[in-house]
Each structure stands twice: as C-alpha cells, then as structure tokens.
Design a protein. Structure first.
Ligand code: NAD
Ligand code: DAU
Length: 362
C-alpha cells in the first residue's frame, strides 16, 4: 500500500453543496482542520447549502459560487488560490433529466470537467516532458453507470468496457475518458472512482429512495418504473465519502477504483422494505404504505442491473462498507423524519434562498 499523501493542504471540492459532495466536504472539513477546503458549486436546483449548516462557520471552510462551464472563471479561480488538489463531484446527476435535457449534461459533465482539467494542468505546469508533479491530485468522482447494464449474472470490475446507455452515463463516460487522456498526454496526476447507487441523508427527493420517503409520508403514489425488476447496488453515502477520502490520499496516480456495497436489490424489493419500515415508524397498519405502490411507464433505455466489484479497493486500500442496506435504510428514514424542515425547504423551494441569506448579505 502507498503511504498516505499528506502534502495537499488547499483542496477544491466541486459540487460540495450536492448530496454526496456535502458529505465529502463535512468529512474533510472536520477530519483535516489543517487543510483549507474550498467548496465550488453553481447551486443548481440540486445544490443546497443547508446541507452544510454544521460546518459553514469552520475557519477552514470556504464557499465559492460559480459554474465549472465558465472556463475563464475556473482558470482565474485556480490562479488566485493555487489549489493543490481537486475532488470533482459537480455534475448533472439525474438520469431522467438527462433524457429530457441532454445538452445540459454535456455542458456540465463534459465541458465543465475539461475546464477543470485545463486549469489544473495550467497551474501545475503539467506536460509529458516533465515528471508528474508531486503533492498534486485531480480526483474525478464517477459512476458505475459508465459500464452499462448487466443481465442476471456478472459484475462490473475496473476492467469492464464502457457501454453507457443514457445521456447521463454517456456524459460521465466522456468525462472519465478526458481525465485518463489528460493523465496519459500531460502527466496530470489523476485518479478516478466509479461508484454504485448512493442513498442516505440529504438525497434530493427526485431520486427513487428520498422521493418514496416523501411520498409515503404524504400518502402519495409511489411511482415504480416498469415492473420494478431493475436491480441497483446500494451504498450508504457516508461509506462512499470514506472511500473518497481513502482513495484521494492513498491511490496511485492514474489508477481507477470501483466503489460499491455488494447490496443488490430490485426496485420493488427496496420500496416494499421502505413501506414496511415506514408503516412501523409512522404508526400505520402493516401493509398500509404498500397500497401506494403504482407501476408507471418505464424509463427509456432503462439499465436492467448494476453490480459493483470493489475487491480492488478493499484489498489495496483497506476500505469496506460499514452498513448493510436494511440498517442504512432505517437510518435514512430516521434522518428524513427528524429533518422535516430540510425536506420542507427543498420541496417548497425555500432552500434556494439560503445562499442569499447566509452569504450575500453577510
Ligand atoms: P447532486 O446532483 O446531488 O449534486 C451535484 C452538485 O453539483 C450540486 O450541488 C450542483 O449545484 C453542482 N453543480 C451542478 N452543475 C454545476 C456546474 N455547472 N458548476 C458547478 N457546480 C455544479 O449529485 P450527487 O448525487 O451528489 O453526485 C455527485 C457526483 O457523484 C456526480 O459526479 C455523480 O455523477 C457521482 N455519483 C453519484 C452517485 C449517486 O448515487 N448519487 C453514484 C456514483 C457517482
Ligand atoms: O449507479 C449510480 C447512479 O445512481 C448515479 O450515477 C446517478 O447519479 C444516480 O442518480 C443513480 O442513478 P439511478 O438512475 O439508478 O437512480 P434513481 O434514484 O433515479 O433510480 C433508481 C432506480 O429506480 C432506477 O432503476 C429507476 C427507478 N425509479 C426511479 C425513480 C426516480 C423508479 O422506479 N421510479 C422513480 O420515480
């Protein structure tokens, strides 16, 4: 195992106001007080600074509102702050939105990523004629969806060929290719991880699990695409944040790691389990919430099954998931029930005022 790289003290995290990004920012701000953490986020509909209320006044936390698609802004920012490392999570992340608005995914996920690569390359002075700079890192956070769809058997390893099917996964695959190309062409010190489906606190309620938690609470229909037979491999978001920390500090330049929890569930199994947990927690009759399940038209190009083999990460770097799905789902439901205000602010749109109130007027 490589020694931990502790040289990087000025770290840019993109997309830190989003679901996974906010957990990564919190972990880094609290665990590494000697590091300056810069959260760079456009605050799209998916960005919510209320996710970071508990760390916003820490002296090593800084927020920068901006768009990674704006190349001049990105380069100026890198020149001003001379970041030593980037953890890149900013993205358009919802598959259904990519089907209705594919170009936004190309802009943010592809062009935005290339802008960040160009800026890092410029300030770190990277080229094939020079050795790979030490104490620098560009960490690109990607998805298992780049590998495409599995049948009943098989598992995605780091060697699986890319075969994306949705505009979202195609844009993430393209961004991964650019990151590898910059490593190979310019000696940019890059690392990539490809993770399976995350769930947990602060998940935006357009995605399956938080949407159904919200709908169960409000006795609304639970929309299940097709027959609910599609399989996803679920990982608790804090386990992903821990994996990102380990990969960021320990992985070799140019390497790729799969991250996943070996927690395969069909969508209908997930929602039935959620209904049972919430029958109990809301004091409803057993089976009451299941009556809300409604089968609806399938997603176009819907990938049947994802399953991630994270053996390399476990064996090389010693990471393993801490929670089984049943336990993690209970914790997630508890969080949503205890954080009604967060959910209300998101569903009413009030969360978008938080930036104005907390930052602009300060
Ligand atoms: P999210 O949609 O919750 O958050 C994305 C964040 O990026 C938001 O804060 C948003 O404001 C910001 N952003 C979007 N466009 C931007 C732009 N042009 N400039 C600056 N900021 C911008 O996403 P998430 O679910 O937290 O996913 C984070 C990353 O992890 C993504 O790259 C995604 O592809 C990847 N990923 C997600 C999952 C998952 O299950 N959610 C699994 C594997 C990988
Ligand atoms: O695998 C990692 C990916 O997981 C990430 O890269 C994406 O950013 C993230 O959004 C997630 O993608 P999915 O499409 O798998 O997540 P979503 O929550 O949208 O859907 C999960 C499954 O549930 C999928 O099979 C589609 C289905 N679904 C989804 C919604 C929103 C429904 O049946 N009904 C719904 O209303």
């Amino acid at each position: 195992m490589e020694p931990i790289n502790t040289e990087m003290k000025k770290i840019l995290i993109t997309g830190g106001a989003g679901f996974i990004g906010s957990h990564v920012v919190r972990l880094f701000v609290n665990k590494y007080p000697e590091c300056e953490i810069y959260n760079f986020d456009k605050l799209t509909y998916a960005g919510n600074l209320e996710n970071l209320k508990d760390v916003e006044s820490k002296p090593n936390y800084h927020f920068i509102k901006g768009d990674i698609v704006d190349a001049d802004f990105v380069l100026a920012l890198f020149k001003e702050h001379q970041f030593e490392a980037v953890i890149h999570l900013a993205a358009e992340s919802h598959v259904d939105r990519s089907i209705s608005h594919p170009l936004e995914f190309v802009m943010t996920n592809v062009i935005g990523t290339v802008n960040l690569l160009n800026a890092a390359r410029a300030i770190w002075n990277c080229s094939k004629d020079r050795p790979v700079p030490t104490g620098k890192r560009f960490y690109h956070v990607s998805t298992d969806e780049v590998y495409g769809s599995l049948g009943a058997d098989g598992i995605f390893t780091e060697q699986t060929s890319y075969d994306p099917h949705s505009p979202y996964s195609a844009s993430k695959a393209a961004s991964d290719h650019f990151v590898r190309a910059y490593h190979d062409t310019y000696n940019l010190p890059c690392v990539i991880s490809n993770c399976s489906n995350n769930y947990g606190p602060n998940h935006f309620p357009e995605k399956l699990i938080p949407l159904c938690i919200y709908n169960i609470k409000n006795r609304k229909p639970l929309p299940i695409y097709g027959k609910g037979e599609n399989v996803r491999d679920w990982l608790y978001v804090e386990d992903h944040a821990r994996a990102i920390d380990i990969i960021f500090h320990k992985a070799a330049n140019g390497s790729t790691y799969n991250v996943g929890g070996h927690n395969e569930w069909t969508n209908i199994e997930v929602i039935r389990l959620l209904c049972r947990i919430m029958d109990r927690k809301l004091g409803r009759l057993e089976g009451e919430n299941e009556k809300l399940i409604t089968f609806v038209k399938d997603r176009a190009g819907h990938d049947l099954r994802y399953a991630i083999d994270s053996t390399k990460l476990q064996q090389d770097l010693g990471w393993k998931p801490s929670l089984q799905f049943e336990e993690g789902l209970e914790k997630t439901v508890d969080w949503y029930l205890a954080n009604e205000e967060w959910l209300h602010h998101v569903t009413s749109g009030q969360y978008q005022q938080y930036y104005t109130n907390q930052y602009v007027n300060r």
